[in-house]
Design a protein around this ligand. Sequence first.
Ligand SMILES: O=P(O)(O)OC[C@@H](O)[C@@H](O)c1c[nH]c2ccccc12
Length: 274
Amino acid sequence: MSTPTILEKIKAYKLEHIAACKEARSYSDVEALARGADPVRGFQASLRKAVKQGYGLIAEVKKASPSKGLIRADFDPPALAQAYERGGATCLSVLTDGPSFQGADEFLTAARNATSLPALRKDFMYDTYQVAEARALGADCILIIMASVSDAQASELETAAHEWGMDALIEVHNAEELNRALHLESRLIGINNRDLNTFETSLDVTRGLIKHIPEEYLIVSESGLNGPKELAELAMYGARCFLIGESLMRNEDVESATRALLANPLTAAHGGGM
Ligand SMILES: O=P(O)(O)OC[C@@H](O)[C@@H](O)c1c[nH]c2ccccc12
């Protein structure tokens, strides 16, 4: 057998982790918590509203990553979430994976509770147990990574998310994953510029895939985005939503960095888009 890729390693430990969580807390207990969670804030709805006037920004609360190691030592999820909100972010994304991203479930709840923004649970999802868990933590949207799940799994996760009133962001990295994603119900697609197996990152991934996505879809360009010029350039291709972590997290003043990024959006009215 060839050596496992990072995504395969993550999947292996995540499946073990899920099994342990199920032992510690039954599915019906998690369901009860999910039923009592703070009501859903419309994640996709907020993005759709934002793109009428500018960009939709999903700002990520991210301490570390497997490719970059520690990104931000001074890491206070509620304070960061508030800085994002004041800077004009539309939604939050919060990493809850511990082993690879130094994230935690509590970060999601704390960040979301500190703001009025909808929040994405950023994790590797394989089981509807995790979807109920996401809602119990307060999540408004889950991530489904097509590179890591079967079609049946993707559809099951999506159905569970929708049953809980959450949105599902369907993440793709190549044409084959995109074609599979287009058979799902969700109209929210994330194009990950980073290959989760090799970490190679290129904005050409967005440039190449976006033209194959029908108009009714809301597209989020994810990863490796560094500044307003890049956003404007991708906006010319029709991207209006962006998921950004590292480049914002590396600024001491997260609020100003967020505001600067969103200051001059290239909107359809300015001639961008297709
Ligand atoms: O920090 P960046 O390069 O701005 O990327 C953010 C986000 O896109 C990235 O964290 C991400 C995209 N898809 C993922 C799936 C799992 C973990 C992380 C991710």
